[in-house]
Write a protein that binds this ligand. Structure first.
Ligand code: NAD
Ligand code: DAU
Length: 345
């Protein structure tokens, strides 16, 4: 089969890994809507974080295909990549607290898995490999300033160290083997379908059922929040128009101390602030993240569009309307994790 780039600069057949997770599922929906002539293959291992319910609406789309499997399975990816012209790698262990409880899975998927996928992409002469990375690779900021693409890597958690290692492997495959690689580094995402181990959906879920809201440390750690759909539009812009070998920071200029986010959620849900419970801090807790995304704006004409208050309001509404989704994902494995992470804290 001859694979060609479409005339409008996008790709005919795209492998999205980790597409059953939070951000990957939004990205696949964006591709199917905005690039209807492209075929999309979703390779996902369906770990605790992968959920095919996130893409129910795509199942009947003839341009969409799901394959269950590991990005580290060379035999499988060799088969898939023989027919693919671009890879977007979302697949990862993504939660910092889990990386503190057990780092090994992070090394396996985020580093070894990414290296194998790079290698098979190289062998199959894939036209472009986009690595979905994170601002956490830059470490922690003081009160001033923001991460640029030139900020030195200084990861502090097993999660961010594994993502930084993957970024360096991407860089090496570009430099040594001339693989066309682009890397995006985004700040904290929020929106529908996020697994309720992360701050915003966990607080919505607990507040709904009048459970305590566990705030780490003094609650003054700062994160820079972006709506998942803005992030996905940024990834698409980099995939189609980013320069080979370059890194692009994606963020929304929207910094909030955690405690204020928690209070905003309680206020929206009309629940009392007495539900807030300050608990022992996360070990190695990064104090502040902030992203300078002027390169995205200047070079790719990308800007975030979704206002935070409106985006958060709609996100809370999504969780209220999708109670069945929330109940399903918070049963089973989640209960065991919750107990380990929060009891005796
Ligand atoms: P997620 O945990 O919701 O989803 C991860 C997906 O990867 C799941 O569907 C899981 O089943 C799949 N997966 C895990 N291991 C796999 C493997 N070995 N092979 C194939 N599939 C596997 O994560 P998310 O929040 O959607 O994050 C997606 C990506 O974006 C990650 O690479 C993460 O580092 C990055 N990122 C996340 C954020 C954020 O705020 N959530 C911000 C910046 C970057
Ligand atoms: O910055 C991008 C990163 O954002 C992504 O790379 C990660 O995949 C994603 O998980 C996220 O990492 P954080 O550690 O910033 O996100 P989390 O939602 O776990 O925590 C956000 C902040 O809230 C952080 O300062 C810790 C705090 N927190 C979190 C939880 C789960 C609490 O205070 N209580 C909690 O129960």
């Amino acid at each position: 089969m001859v694979i060609m780039k479409n005339t409008n600069g996008n790709f005919q057949r795209i492998l999205v890994t980790g597409g059953a997770g939070f951000i990957g599922s939004h990205f696949i929906r964006l591709l199917l809507n905005e690039r209807p002539s492209s075929e999309v293959i979703n390779l996902d291992l369906l770990t605790y974080a992968g959920n095919l319910e996130n893409l129910k609406d795509a199942e009947s789309n003839p341009k969409y295909k799901f394959i269950k499997g590991d990005i580290g399975n060379r035999e499988l990816t060799t088969q898939i990549l023989s027919e693919v012209d671009a890879v977007v790698n979302f697949a990862a262990e993504s939660h910092v607290d889990r990386s503190i409880l057990g780092p090994e899975a992070f090394i396996q998927t985020n580093i070894v898995g990414t290296q194998r996928l790079l290698d098979v992409s190289k062998q199959n002469k894939v036209k472009r490999f986009l690595q979905v990375s994170t601002d956490e690779v830059y470490g922690s900021l003081g009160a001033e300033g923001a991460f640029t693409e030139d900020t030195p890597l200084a990861p502090n958690s097993p999660y961010s160290a594994s993502k930084a290692a993957a970024d360096l492997l991407c860089r090496a495959y570009h430099h040594t083997f001339a693989l066309d690689v682009v890397i995006t580094r985004c700040s904290n995402n929020y929106g529908p379908n996020q697994f309720p181990e992360k701050l915003i959906p966990l607080m919505i879920s607990n507040a709904r059922s009048d459970k305590p809201l566990p705030v780490y440390g003094d609650g003054l750690n700062v994160r820079d929040w972006i709506h998942v759909e803005d992030h996905c539009r940024g990834i698409l812009a980099v995939l189609e128009n980013g320069q080979s070998g370059e890194v692009y920071n994606i963020g929304s200029n929207n910094e909030w101390p955690n405690i204020q986010i928690v209070k905003k959620i309680l206020n929206e849900l009309k629940k009392p602030e007495s539900l807030i419970k300050f608990v022992a801090d996360r070990p190695g807790h990064d104090r502040r993240y902030a992203i300078n995304s002027s390169k995205m704006k200047n070079q790719l004409n990308w800007e975030p569009k979704i206002d935070f208050s409106e985006g958060l309001h709609k996100t809370i509404d999504w969780y209220l309307k999708n109670d069945a989704w929330l109940r399903r994902v918070t049963s089973g494995e989640y209960l065991k994790y919750y107990e380990t992470q929060y009891s005796n804290r």
